[in-house]
Each structure stands twice: as structure tokens, then as C-alpha cells.
Ligand binder design. Sequence first.
Ligand code: ATP
Length: 266
Amino acid sequence: MKEQESDAATVDTAKPSVIEVNDFSFAYGEKQALFNIDMSMNEKEVTAFIGPSGCGKSTLLRCLNRMNDLVPIAKITSGNIEIGGVDINHQDVDVIELRKRVGMVFQKSNPFPKSIYENIAYGLRIQGINKRSRLDEVVERCLRGAALWSEVKDRLNDSALGMSGGQQQRLCIARALAVEPDILLMDEPCSALDPIATAKVEELISELKEQYTIVIVTHNMQQATRVSDKTAFFYLGKLIEYDMTEKIFMNPKEEQTEAYVSGRFG
Ligand SMILES: Nc1ncnc2c1ncn2[C@@H]1O[C@H](COP(=O)(O)OP(=O)(O)OP(=O)(O)O)[C@@H](O)[C@H]1O
């Protein structure tokens, strides 16, 4: 027990871990963005990434579904990331399949310039699923899952661009659910939302964790305490401390964590 307490990146857990980050280092060209990150994230829990701007939160998040493959100078410099025991960067891994399993919601909602219905149906249509009854069923399930159904059920054919910002963000969450992911990555999903829309998305996150493993990057300390089970604090590309959220905010082990969560830097 003592030994475990001395390891900042080890968290006791009853649930099986689904994401394992092992000695993972990552660079953009000559710029080292992440240094030897070791952590595991658990099934059906919410893990928050916090830390000052530029500390590598989004980089690690994007590595979890290989979004950084799109950056030509980006490279892994040590270690690996396993999801469900599979090294996600192995040459045999189909990145499209990976991204179906590991969905992503971005900072700024980005609905397609299509109807509300088609925003959700799109992910199925590109898989060749066009049967109306099947699409209807998925659209309803996802909109209900994203707590949006009652607000939009009478205007499914209206443009998604006519929705409020908060509704658009929940639509993007619904769209991510359509391909039945196991994991949802959220990169500051509420930063463009007002407090009421933020509360709705946070409530939704708490509901979604019944079914999904969620990793969220947030600059909002209160949000991390409200929605996450565990919190990882990063600084200058290093994982400084990773523990139960309550512990990170109420009784952190590291001085840097204490300084950050109490607003003394960052
Ligand atoms: N596409 C890129 N090309 C080059 N460097 C990058 C790229 N993306 C991020 N970086 C650099 O990697 C480091 C980590 O950036 P990252 O965006 O992961 O930090 P962050 O903690 O998410 O910051 P923020 O809170 O401001 O979003 C920074 O120094 C950043 O400048």
C-alpha cells in the first residue's frame, strides 16, 4: 500500500482498465510534448486531464485515437498506448475502426451543414447502412442518449446550424454515439458554452459514463470536480500526479498540483 502511494501515476481501482499508457513520450519535430507518461484509465469512469496551457493534455488525448497521425511532424519517441490490450499504433490496427471505437468531441461544436437527422445518420450511411427504419432507430437512440430528443424530435429535418451552441455540442455528442464507441474523448467540450448549456453537457457526461469510458480535457477546475472520477495533472509534458479527483483537489501529494488547483499558477 505504501509503495503504491508513493507512485504518483498509480491509482487503485476496482474496475478493469481499458486504456493503458505505457512510458509514452511524444514529439512534434524537435519539440518534445510528452515525457514518459504512465497511466491507466478505467472502464466506465470519467478521467479529467488538467494543467496549464501547453502542458500536453490535448496531445495525449489526441494520441488516444491517433488524431495526431494527421500531423506530419508528430512522432512517438517512446512507449505505447494500449486499448483493450491492443497497441493502437501497431501496423495491423485499422485507424478508421479505432476511431469508431474511440469517438471524439471537440472544443467547438462542428455539426455538418445538414439536418439534425442527417448529422446522426451520416456515420451509418458511410458504413453503407441506409435502411430508414434502422436509421430512425439510431437517430432516436443517440438523441435520447445525448439528452436532446425532447428538444428536437419535432424538427429533425431542420438544419443543425439553427440550433443553439449548447444543442449543437450535444448533437456532436449524439453523432459520436451513433457508431457505438466504447470510449469518448472530449477536448474542452464546454469552453464555448454558457453556464446553462455547460450544466446540461456535464449532466450528460455523468449519465454517459454508465455506458462509456470518458476522457475529458478541461481548464475548468470546478468542472473536473463535478464530472470526473479521476484527475491527471500535467505540467510541461509530464504527468505530475494522477489520483481520485477528490484527492487531487482536496489533498494532493505534489506541491505543483497543490499550487495549480489552488489557482497559484497556470
Ligand atoms: N500540431 C502541432 N505542431 C507543433 N507543436 C504542437 C502541435 N500541437 C501542439 N504542439 C505543442 O505541443 C505542446 C503541447 O500542446 P497541447 O496542445 O497538447 O497542450 P495543452 O495542454 O492541451 O494546451 P491548451 O490547454 O492550451 O490546449 C505545446 O508546446 C504546443 O505548442
